[in-house]
Design a protein. Structure first.
Length: 144
């Protein structure tokens, strides 16, 4: 199962690393994370996944029912465009601690910022999603 881990390193710089996991195998992570922001699986896992940090002590187990997309209750979300990971990394600028933003008077952590006008338009992306959905409907299920 392909898995990507993303978060901050000791210098509080964004870090993402990918691994190919196999069942019932311990895999040491080659990168050191200061904090872990997300775990992204290539597909919905069929088994639970455990994460262990010596700083935390006990492992954190992601159960099968916990694999889901995030929903932001009560928040307004405006889809303005999209970027690939590579595009984000090449266009992002650092927003240092204490800088004013639209959402907050001052930021409490260092962030990365991409201006809306640097995003790709949504039209072509939505067309690709429709094509993918149509192709998915034509394929037989891979399990019962």
């Amino acid at each position: 199962m392909p898995v990507e881990l993303g978060g901050l390193d000791a210098q509080r710089e964004f870090l993402a690393t990918s691994y190919e996991l196999t069942a019932r195998t311990l895999l040491p992570v080659s990168q050191e994370f200061y904090s872990l922001a997300y775990v992204h699986a290539g597909h919905r896992p069929k088994r639970r996944l455990g994460l262990h940090s010596p700083m935390r002590g006990e492992p954190y187990i992601i159960q099968l029912h916990e694999w889901e997309n995030l929903w932001f209750e009560g928040e307004q979300i405006l889809l303005a465009g999209w970027l690939t990971h590579e595009g984000f990394r090449s266009k992002a600028v650092v927003l240092n601690v204490g800088m004013p933003t639209f959402q907050f008077a001052h930021t409490r952590t260092k962030n990365l910022l991409v201006h809306v006008d640097a995003l790709n338009p949504l039209g072509r992306l939505l067309e690709k999603v429709r094509e993918w959905e149509d192709g998915k409907k034509k394929q037989p299920p891979d399990h019962f």
